[in-house]
Design a protein around this ligand. Structure first.
Ligand code: ADP
Ligand code: ADP
Length: 226
């Protein structure tokens, strides 16, 4: 069963001369262990697509299914609950809490979800190790390099075992070599955890390493050959 399915998704904003059609009849399927890159010009609708996939926004019509659960009839609480239990989000800028260590940052969402501290920290250490930042566990964000900060942010996004990981330009503010490293770490994580990932990126070299590349064209999600 796919982790995420979009069927005939329609999303527009505004009315009259402010009307913007972003998605017309978008279809997309993400399977477990699969990393899909989305490459499209600025304003094409990448963030909108990621927000729809993360249930932060709703389509005007069409279906979004996460782990077999069709979301169009869920209320706000149901959507929030499903998002928290199935989706992890990585931002362009890490949004780590500056007063807390890497370990604490990754443990936080687990504690909030009700996990005992020792168990949360065990999971955090595993993730930090997997992403190659285990030795930085006690560092605060300001004491980490940009690539390390992003890998900690990825560990945090993965902390509660999301089935879908969404990332908006996760290497957007990193140099090419560091971007490679972060992308590798993300890849390793996806494979290891069997999650599905949708990554928006401007970086064609990185996108080429994904399992599949898609773009947005005329309101559709279409396969993209670089
Ligand atoms: P991208 O992430 O590819 O740059 P976005 O998804 O942010 O694209 O935006 C796609 C289009 O939708 C843009 O033309 C943008 O102006 C419009 N848009 C996005 N969000 C809103 C909103 N909340 N209200 C009105 N228009 C919006
Ligand atoms: P890069 O050269 O990869 O951009 P930096 O030069 O920023 O990395 O940092 C190199 C290493 O030093 C990193 O592993 C980081 O964890 C550590 N580091 C950076 N700043 C601090 C700091 N203020 N305190 C402690 N360690 C730091």
């Amino acid at each position: 069963e796919p982790h995420l399915v979009l069927r005939g998704v329609h999303r527009h904003y505004g009315e009259g001369d402010k009307f913007v059609r972003v998605l017309e009849a978008a279809d997309l399927t993400l399977n477990g262990g699969e990393l899909v890159a989305i490459v499209a010009p600025s304003g094409a609708g990448k963030s909108t697509l990621l927000h729809l996939c993360g249930l932060l926004e709703s389509p005007q019509s069409g279906e979004i299914e996460i782990m077999g659960i069709e979301t169009s009839r869920l209320g706000d609480r149901g959507r929030t609950q499903l998002r928290r239990s199935t989706v992890g989000y990585v931002y362009q800028f890490h949004h780590l809490l500056p007063e807390f260590s890497a370990l604490e940052n990754v443990s936080m969402p687990q504690i909030i979800a009700g996990k005992p501290l020792a168990e949360a920290e065990k999971r955090s250490r595993e993730l930090l190790d997997l992403l190659g930042v285990g030795p930085r566990a006690s560092h605060r964000p300001a004491e980490l390099s940009g690539g390390e900060q992003q890998r900690v942010a990825i560990a945090r996004a993965a902390a509660n075992h999301p089935r879908v990981i969404l990332a908006d330009e996760p290497t957007g503010n990193l140099d090419p070599a560091t971007s490679d490293l972060v992308f590798d770490a993300l890849f390793g994580l996806i494979r290891n955890e069997g999650a599905a990932a949708l990554i928006a990126t401007h970086n064609h070299d990185l996108a080429r390493r994904a399992d599949r590349i898609v773009t947005l064209q005329d309101g559709l999600v279409v396969d993209h050959q670089l």
